[in-house]
Design a protein around this ligand. Structure first.
Ligand SMILES: O=C(O)C1=N[C@H](C(=O)O)C[C@H](O)C1
Length: 289
């Protein structure tokens, strides 16, 4: 299982390939994952936002987990499974199941929709963490509609079993507040802020856009670790235009389109209500790839 020290570097959230009838496409999954695994990444994330967690059934996540294990073969690469929902009991049940499958950690999103109190949110994370599988807390207010204060986030990070945070809070203030005092790793989950967050002391990133240009993301992390910030800035300048396009329309629609264009997926199909990207964005993506 993953510990705090392991939660650093580049973790790549996987997309979930579908055929044109919106059924899981495991052949594409294997081809796409095999290609990603040519890179020396530190882990993969199943059933994150990029994996279309709102429309993927939990049984299907089990199928994807098995397929990923088969594709990894003997390679020991951490697998983090998104097990967080807005129901505490369901999140606990999923975390237990992910533990049985052999997940190295789970990703638990701030509970959305119900608008729980601060105490309720901390209790939600406490119960998930008490399962005994390491928990990475995932703060993404643009999707959950709930923005946690640094004080709240500290309370969650103080819980036993919570090993770190994926910060997709949309700005730098949460990381800037937490990082100077936080003994647990914080990973950037806001792709366009990666370089800034690394310079503040983030331990790495969990980034949908690292599904493409993966080698450049890994170089960037090495350059920052080695203190070569001017080179890192040059690398990031090259990464930023594709990052911006990949988030111009809702992630993971542009990413899936690009992976299909690269021949890694048979189709760019998303599950309804998500749908294809615009013709205009397709043209822009072609122009920079
Ligand atoms: O799948 C994820 O996990 C990620 N989700 C974020 C989002 O789409 O909101 C972006 C991040 O790069 C990874």
């Amino acid at each position: 299982m993953l510990n705090e020290a392991d939660l650093q570097g580049l973790f790549v959230p996987l997309i979930t390939p579908f055929d044109t009838e919106e059924r899981l496409d495991l052949e594409s999954y294997d081809r796409y994952l095999s290609s990603l695994l040519q890179h020396d990444i530190q882990g993969i994330v199943l059933n994150g936002t990029t994996g279309e967690s709102p429309t993927v059934a939990w049984e299907e996540v089990g199928t994807l987990f098995k397929a990923a294990r088969t594709c990894l073969n003997q390679r020991r690469l951490p697998i983090i499974v998104g097990s967080g929902t807005n129901s505490t009991a369901e999140s606990v049940r999923r975390t237990e199941a992910a533990g049985h499958w052999g997940a190295d950690a789970v990703l638990a999103v701030t509970p959305y929709y119900s608008r729980p109190s601060e105490e309720g949110i901390v209790e939600h994370f406490r119960r998930i963490a008490s399962v005994g599988i390491p928990v990475v807390a995932y703060e993404v207010p643009s999707r959950t509609g709930v923005a946690l204060s640094p004080e709240m986030m500290k309370r969650i990070l103080d819980l036993d079993g919570v090993i770190g945070l994926k910060d997709a809070s949309g700005g730098l203030s949460l990381a800037a507040e937490l990082l100077p005092h936080c003994p647990k790793p914080i990973l950037c989950g806001e792709d366009a802020l990666l370089l800034d967050m690394l310079q503040l002391g983030a331990a790495g990133g969990m980034l949908a856009s690292a599904n493409v240009n993966t080698a450049d993301f890994l170089n960037l992390l090495t350059q920052v670790t080695e203190g070569n910030i001017s080179l890192a800035a040059e690398t990031f300048d090259r990464l930023l235009p594709p990052i911006r396009l990949l988030f111009r329309e809702s992630n993971p629609a542009p990413l899936k389109w690009l992976l299909a264009r690269q021949g890694l997926l048979a189709s760019d199909t998303l599950r309804c209500p998500m749908g294809p990207i615009s013709a205009g964005l397709q043209e822009e993506l072609v122009a920079i790839t």
